[in-house]
Design a protein around this ligand. Structure first.
Ligand code: AMP
Ligand code: MG
Length: 366
């Protein structure tokens, strides 16, 4: 009997739930109470099998001339932090390639080299310019990345506090037009054919950077992520509690937000005529230029676009800031712009007016 007991005691049984081991002898002794404990054991098994609760890491940093906050959800904190860093590395890549403030970025070189010089560009820059041309076409020229000479003219006017002359505007406007960009697919080069032509990807590259950062974070194991660069956001998956991410839309007239969005696998971008401006003669002029007139945009003080990706949201928020609300609605209702929802805030501080596309409210937190 003792021999038998010691033998069974030595046989340890592996728990099929948690891999832990318990003496088989106990099971023989406690055969009666085993059934009673079965429910508890099953519960323990369920607890052991449940995936560990996800960890979240968040870092804020200045990048692309604005404040960014990247948040990742992953299986542990180290993985979440690594995902955040992978996201930042992509944001820096895009900045290094496409910032027109950096003289030796690809766009910096394109703007500086003699007219007609073909400049080899990275796949990211190529894709961004291609996308810019699509939006230029679809927006009837309202979105135009060759508007840099006009942007510079108005920046200079703002610094001097003096409106540019009609002649100056006409002369500079002659340098603008996306149809003149020369793209050679075989050599993947871009050229600007006329002296003085320049490209400015400020209305679209940030959105592309959001997408690339989100993809990098996902590749580094993030199951959820929030990439926020200056208020333009890509939301991947969900928060650790399984809920969609929450993103506020800023009030263009005063401090605070006008509403909160609930987003999962969506992007949102806001362009504000009143966010960045030049003041001339006591009047505010938008940093967004209407390439069709050469004058700063005067439409909605704030346009928010929700789209499937950041590049679409960013470019169309700028384009809809140039177009009137009815022109924008027309593009959407005729299907020339698909899968976007838009919020226009018009009026003024005393009488703000919100206009939305029909599907916008599905993203608004009640
Ligand atoms: P966003 O803040 O995304 O609307 O981008 C505005 C920036 O895009 C400006 O600061 C300019 O660099 C550039 N931009 C201005 N007007 C236009 C336009 N009509 N089309 C494309 N880019 C523009
Ligand atoms: Mg934009």
């Amino acid at each position: 009997m003792y021999a038998a007991m010691s033998r069974v005691s030595a046989v340890l049984q592996t728990c099929r739930w948690c891999g832990g081991r318990r003496p088989r002898a106990r099971r023989l002794w406690a055969a009666g109470i085993e059934r009673v404990l079965l429910a508890g054991l099953l519960l323990q098994g369920v607890a052991c099998r449940r995936p560990p609760s996800p960890a979240q890491a968040s870092r804020s940093r200045e990048v692309m001339g604005t404040l960014a906050t990247l948040t990742a959800v992953a299986h542990d904190e180290a993985a979440a932090t690594a995902a955040v860093e992978a996201g930042y590395a992509r944001l820096e890549d895009v900045n290094r390639l496409m910032s027109d403030y950096i003289a030796d970025s690809e766009i910096g070189r394109l703007n500086r080299l003699p007219a007609g010089t073909p400049v080899p560009v990275a796949a990211e820059t190529w894709a961004c310019i291609r996308r810019a041309l699509e939006v230029w076409r679809a927006s009837g020229g309202a979105f135009d990345v060759t508007c840099r000479p006009l942007v510079s003219l108005w920046k200079q006017a703002g610094a001097q506090g003096r409106l540019p002359t009609v002649e100056q505007i006409a002369a500079v406007r002659a340098l603008v037009g996306c149809d003149r960009i020369v793209m050679d697919e075989t050599s993947r080069t871009v050229a600007l054919p006329a002296a003085g032509m320049q490209i400015d990807l400020g209305g679209i590259a940030k959105g592309q950077a959001l997408d690339l950062a989100a993809a990098a974070m996902r590749n580094r194991g993030a199951r959820g992520a929030l990439v926020d660069v200056g208020g333009d956001v890509v939301a991947v998956g969900t928060r650790p509690d399984g809920q969609p991410w929450r993103v506020g839309v800023k009030d263009p007239f005063r401090q605070g937000i006008v509403l909160v969005l609930r987003l999962s696998d969506r992007a949102v971008a806001t362009s504000g005529v009143q966010q960045r401006f030049h003041e001339i003669g006591g009047r505010r002029y938008s940093h967004i230029i209407d390439p069709r007139t050469g004058w700063p945009a005067t439409q909605a003080p704030s346009v928010t676009v929700i789209a499937a990706d950041g590049i679409t949201a960013d470019a169309w928020a700028t384009a809809f800031s140039v177009l009137s609300v009815s022109e924008g609605r027309e593009l959407i209702s005729t299907g020339r712009v698909a899968d976007v929802e838009v919020l226009w805030i018009t009026g003024d501080a005393g009488n703000p007016v919100m206009e939305k596309t029909p599907g916008f409210d599905q993203y608004v937190v009640e």
